[in-house]
Design a protein around this ligand. Structure first.
Ligand SMILES: NC(=O)c1ccc[n+]([C@@H]2O[C@H](COP(=O)([O-])OP(=O)(O)OC[C@H]3O[C@@H](n4cnc5c(N)ncnc54)[C@H](O)[C@@H]3O)[C@@H](O)[C@H]2O)c1
Length: 316
């Protein structure tokens, strides 16, 4: 059977159905696509069905496509049976290079030889986990963001053996189902977005470790200020506007020298017991007794409102 056009994908296989795999399940179901999920966890099926049910109110709010139905989710424990006849495969198993390398070879053996296989990895290199595949040219990264069923970005990264045509296919497929595929120009660990997040995370850890702020205070420094601008302008456009009428050129003139000041530490601190305690206790206090599931639903409503505001006021 030949590979379908990106817009004709009817059946998607999901290998690994934890947080991210379940998010993909919710999203593809909301697009009216059949989903076959597999996961070795003893509660795998119950967990993915509960996560889809939890995401469904948010997906209903943003708009279900014709045919969207939670009942179109099938769970099959045996990987080979699950992915034997699907048009596209999204792997979202535990982040571990050895595990993914072995798993990719298994998926590659069982899948139709032309089906694209995308990994949700947060930063592992596709060149490394496609090595053991018979058809490595169709193995790539499709890195999503949590919650997968709401955030549009998917970073598409090919390995040394991935063909350009297959990267094109993946970009067209993700965009066709309403995602925003970002085709990464080079294969680098952490890709683009997680490198940026990691830089902020390292610095935030130092601020906690050095007693400069609590987790709540450091979060406040993002959420009431730069975070609001990042949501629709990113770093560069934000600084273009920070340069006044002359934009980026004046910004660099004024703040360029600050790069020589010791404002950031870059290397992360050691994850000591004391630092871990501050992070865990701090975020527990911030959650103020609310469960993660409860916060997920409120996060979803907030994200939808932010995305609608950006669409109405910024993207016009
Ligand atoms: N958590 C995030 O915010 C996030 C964001 C983007 C990408 N990712 C990536 O998504 C992937 C999954 O992360 P997660 O957060 O969903 O983790 P998770 O722990 O919630 O889920 C991982 C799932 O993989 C399953 N698994 C383990 N071995 C397997 C195997 N051999 N075959 C099939 N399934 C197997 C586990 O049973 C588990 O259900 C990772 O590669 C991670 O880097 C995570």
């Amino acid at each position: 059977m030949a590979r379908p056009e990106p817009s004709a994908v009817k059946r998607v296989g999901l290998v690994g159905a934890g947080l991210i795999g379940s998010g993909w399940a919710s999203y593809f179901l909301s697009q009216g696509i059949d989903v076959v999920a597999t996961d070795p966890h003893p509660d795998g099926e119950a967990r993915v069905r509960a996560s889809v049910a939890n995401a469904w109110p948010a997906l209903t709010k943003v708009g279900l496509k014709p045919g969207a139905d939670q009942k179109r989710l099938t769970f099959i424990k045996d990987i080979e049976t699950a992915i034997r006849d699907v048009d596209f495969i999204q792997e979202s198993a535990t982040e571990n290079e050895d595990l993914k390398t072995e798993l990719m070879a298994r998926i590659d053996r069982a899948a139709r030889p032309d089906a694209i296989i995308a990994s949700s990895t947060s930063g592992l290199l596709p060149s490394r986990f496609q090595r053991t595949c018979k058809h490595p040219e169709r193995v790539l990264v499709g890195h999503p963001f949590n919650p997968v069923y709401l955030l549009p970005l998917v970073e598409v990264v090919g390995g040394e053996k991935t063909t350009e045509a297959n990267k094109d296919w993946a970009v067209a497929f993700y965009n066709g189902v309403g995602k925003r595929a970002l085709r990464c120009r080079k294969e680098v660990p952490g890709f683009v977005s997680d490198r940026l997040q990691e830089a902020l995370w390292r610095e935030a850890l130092h601020l906690i470790n050095d007693g400069v702020g609590t987790t709540e205070e450091v979060d406040a420094a993002v959420r009431y200020g730069p975070g609001l601008r990042w949501a629709f302008m990113g770093s560069f456009l934000t600084y273009h506007l920070a340069g006044g009428d002359d934009g980026m050129a004046h910004f660099i003139e004024q703040f360029g020298p600050a790069l020589d000041l010791p404002w950031t530490s870059l290397q992360g601190p050691a994850m000591s017991k004391e630092l871990t305690r501050r992070l865990v206790d701090g975020t527990r206090e911030q959650a103020a007794g609310k469960s993660v599931k409860d916060m997920e639903r409120r996060r979803d409503e907030t994200l939808i409102a932010i995305m609608q505001a950006i669409h109405t006021h910024w993207d016009r």
